[in-house]
Design a protein around this ligand. Structure first.
Ligand code: GUN
Length: 300
């Protein structure tokens, strides 16, 4: 970069809170029409097992946002020592309930519960997390319209479209991380949008140089500030999915940092998401969108 272009460079900070508000405002409008048309509100049921503090915060926020969107939402709280059959019976009950359009079982689940079996028991048409193998399989088959899409990847794509539009032809996308919740599905969505996609992970040699080839870089590994300045191509769009809580035992404080070293990377990125206030708020917004989509599909 010349001195002049460097001074002209302006990084776009992708404001997840504002973009999420646009999404939930639109959901609330359509939800009101839905209620008028069908004589009932879209229904979201959230299941929380145990007392994990982070999960309690997430579930409370989901309930609040559901109310803002005009949904009928319920939270089912089960004790941490609940047995698998009791949880499965609740899922069956929610599957059969015509007023329930979306079912979300908050993760993580306690060790005595087989999480995969529980997630597979959810009716795929009510699977607003998009974690059921039927939805994951449709997405892996290249169908982005039929399935309920996992919320964080769907939210990331919404932000990427703001920067690059819907067609990512000619752009190189690198996803760091291969989780079933973020890494794999975001790679599928980027591919469906015509990006040239690479999935890098803990066994990838020279991951920094792989990362540096990306026009669009998605970091989803859960390693605080892993992505430094030399991992990023100047002008790249950098999406930080990490939410790492760093405790300072001496100061008795804790703060959230992403998988990207924001201070180091922001000056050279074209666009970047902050942590907090980036991808996080988008996840809940897309959950609301999925609930509405599930409700409308049920009424057809
Ligand atoms: N725990 C942390 N994030 C999520 C999420 O998006 N869905 C569920 N079900 N559990 C979570």
């Amino acid at each position: 970069m010349t001195a002049q272009t460097a001074s002209m460079h302006k990084t776009s900070i992708l404001d997840g809170k504002a973009i999420a508000r646009d999404v939930t405002d639109a959901v609330a409008q359509v939800s009101a029409t839905f209620a008028q048309t069908h004589g009932r509100q879209p229904g979201l049921s959230v299941v929380l097992v145990g007392e994990d503090p982070a999960s309690q915060v997430y579930v409370r926020n989901k309930g609040r946002m559901a109310a803002k969107c005009g949904f009928a939402s319920q939270t089912h709280r089960l004790s941490a020592d609940v047995a698998q059959p009791e949880l499965m019976a609740l899922v069956d009950q929610l599957n059969a309930d015509p007023g329930v359009d979306g079912i979300l079982v908050q993760l993580p689940l306690p060790p005595q519960i087989g999480a995969d079996a529980v997630l597979r028991a959810i009716d795929p048409t009510k699977d607003v997390d998009g974690f059921h193998p039927v939805n994951a399989g449709l997405l892996a088959s290249g169908d982005v319209d039929t399935p309920l899409l996992p919320c964080t990847p769907a939210g990331i794509m919404h932000m990427i479209r703001r920067v690059h539009g819907a067609d990512l032809s000619g752009l190189s996308a690198v996803v760091i991380g291969r989780s079933t919740i973020v890494g794999r599905p975001i790679a599928q969505l980027l591919l469906a949008a015509n990006a040239t996609v690479t999935i890098a992970h803990s066994r990838t040699p020279d991951i920094a140089s792989v990362s540096r080839a990306a026009d669009i870089l998605v970091a989803a590994v859960g390693r605080p500030q892993l992505v430094g300045r030399d991992w990023v191509k100047p002008g790249a769009t950098v999406i930080d999915v990490g939410i790492n809580r760093i405790e300072d035992v001496n100061l008795g404080t804790s703060n959230l940092v992403g998988d990207v070293d924001f201070e180091a990377v922001a000056p050279i990125a074209g666009a970047i998401t902050p942590v907090p206030g980036g991808v996080g708020p988008m996840t809940i917004a897309m959950l609301m969108g999925n609930t509405l989509k599930a409700a409308e599909a049920r009424m057809r």
